[in-house]
Design a protein around this ligand. Structure first.
Ligand SMILES: Nc1ncnc2c1ncn2[C@@H]1O[C@H](COP(=O)(O)OP(=O)(O)OP(=O)(O)O)[C@@H](O)[C@H]1O
Ligand SMILES: [Mg+2]
Length: 466
């Protein structure tokens, strides 16, 4: 990976150097700093408005940001204007695949590879094949060599023999391996977040420990908690830690995964996943990016579709489907995209805001992160003061940067040097807090779409409401 720091230095001397800007964008993408990546590509376009590479990457970033329609629109435009740019066709292939148009995906894929064989992407091709985007007899043969010979023969002799016949029985061991038997993190590894921890304890830990007492009050362990908030503040982490804390199994499901992998059979797979969790109770069933389910009905291109949503709601409805001992956790950066049907009692009936860590929480996170690392003279409280608005992920970036610095120093001098408070402070200066941006849009939803006071926590956090 190109070193961001040195790229920036180089750019300070030649700010209009497009190849450098593209490299910077790439480096940011590699470390998932999407906003910075976007800024780099935008700068490249300012100098060279037709730059195809920058345009492809912006489409990719838009898609990652949940703006699928805009992404596709821009990409189509690019393919019209620069039809010989192979990476654009590859990205288009993956967009088409995500929308369930496997055969179209295949066409785009082939077009890209024909233009430039070096863009080949085995992984994408495999997914296209699994989704049924197998077109010719020849493809059919090398796509599924393990399948029965007569099928291959059929495919070989009958060019019309195609997709539906191929995707009906690939095995779902993927389902099983997702279960981490017991995550190695527990609440102690999560700094701050006390209210969230308490909510989760109340919802599952205490009912499990005091079964009879809770039954006397007609309460059972289980149900759903929806975690929402700015990126990098520990939603995924606390979900894994919950499973660790209660010694439960942990099943993490990306909804995009269900949508991509089992096109046309998503409902069935979703049911199987819930069944698997029920059999393994106590279990934590975690749906990351749960908004993908509802990724805007206004944006039908990326929507999961009504039937999948209904299936999900039916599975959540405890009564009908015996969810005792299964804690369903969902996480999202965009709760406002969720259908309010998700938030009814028995479904995600606790909406829990996961804010950026406050100062004491940051101090705790810093302590947790320094543990087991070669750090000397650390003053967590002083550092915590200097990193206002930083998310846990931002703090991790600070540590990573400082450690990288110490490492290259060690390699240069041959002497092991610990990371110091000063290194960390210096690193902190170069990391930008990533939570502020989220509040810009969250604020509007909280102010203008705050039905039933769902987002009071955000207003409270922003000091708009007591
Ligand atoms: N409270 C915390 N305590 C310790 N580490 C944290 C905490 N919050 C975040 N981190 C660190 O930041 C990383 C990213 O956090 P995590 O993936 O849980 O964020 P998230 O809220 O799920 O973000 P996103 O919305 O982008 O999915 C974690 O792996 C961990 O290293
Ligand atoms: Mg997450």
């Amino acid at each position: 990976m190109a070193d961001i720091q040195s790229l920036k230095q180089a750019l300070a001397f030649s700010p209009e150097n497009v190849p450098l800007l593209l490299m910077l964008g790439e480096a940011y993408l590699d470390q998932f700093s999407f906003e910075e990546a976007r800024a780099a590509y935008d700068s490249a376009l300012k100098v060279d408005p037709a730059n195809a590479q920058a345009r492809v990457q912006i489409a990719r970033l838009l898609d990652l940001d949940g703006r699928g329609s805009e992404a596709i629109l821009r990409l189509e435009q690019l393919c019209d204007e620069s039809p010989n740019f192979a990476p654009a066709w590859m990205l288009r292939a993956s967009f088409s695949l995500n929308e369930g148009r496997a055969r179209e995906a295949r066409e785009f894929y082939e077009r890209g590879v024909a233009l430039d064989p070096s863009v080949k992407n085995e992984d994408l091709l495999k997914r296209i094949r699994q989704a049924g985007g197998v077109r010719s007899a020849e493809d059919a043969r090398d796509a599924v060599p393990q399948r029965g010979g007569d099928r291959q023969a059929a495919a070989y002799f009958d060019p019309e023999f195609e997709e539906d016949d191929f995707d009906d029985d690939f095995d779902d061991h993927e389902l099983e391996i997702e279960f981490e038997q017991r995550p190695d993190v527990d609440f102690a590894r999560v700094g701050g977040m006390e209210p969230v921890k308490e909510d989760i304890r109340m919802k599952i830990l205490y009912p499990l420990e005091n079964r009879e007492l809770f039954e006397a009050y007609g309460k059972k362990a289980g149900g759903g908690v929806l975690l929402y908030g700015p990126p990098g503040c520990g939603k995924t982490l606390i979900s894994r830690a919950t499973a660790g804390e209660i010694r439960a199994k942990f099943l993490s499901v990306g909804l995009h995964q269900i949508l991509d992998m089992w096109i046309g059979k998503s409902e069935e797979k979703l049911h199987e996943i819930f069944e698997l969790a029920r059999r393994q109770a106590p279990a934590v069933l975690f749906f990351d990016e749960v908004d993908a389910l509802a990724a805007d009905r206004k944006d039908m291109r990326t929507s999961a579709g009504r039937t999948l949503i209904n299936q999900f709601l039916a599975e959540l409805d405890g009564e009908a489907s015996r969810n005792e001992g299964v804690l369903v956790l969902g996480a999202t950066n965009a709760p406002w995209h969720l259908d309010s049907a998700f938030l009814r009692p028995g479904r995600f009936d606790r909406l829990v805001f996961v804010p950026p860590p406050d100062e004491p929480a940051r101090e705790e996170i810093i302590r947790i992160m320094a543990k087991g690392k070669p750090v000397a003279g650390l003053d967590p409280a002083a550092l915590a003061k200097k990193v206002k608005d930083f998310s846990g992920a931002d703090l991790k970036a600070v540590f990573d940067l400082a450690i990288e610095g110490a490492l290259s120093e060690a390699m240069r001098t041959g002497k092991i040097v610990p990371v110091t408070q000063k290194d960390l402070l210096r690193a902190a200066k170069t990391v930008k807090p990533s939570t502020l941006k989220w509040f810009e849009s969250a604020r509007n939803y909280a102010l203008y779409a705050n039905q039933s006071g769902f987002y009071d926590d955000i207003l409270h956090y922003l000091g708009i409401q007591k």
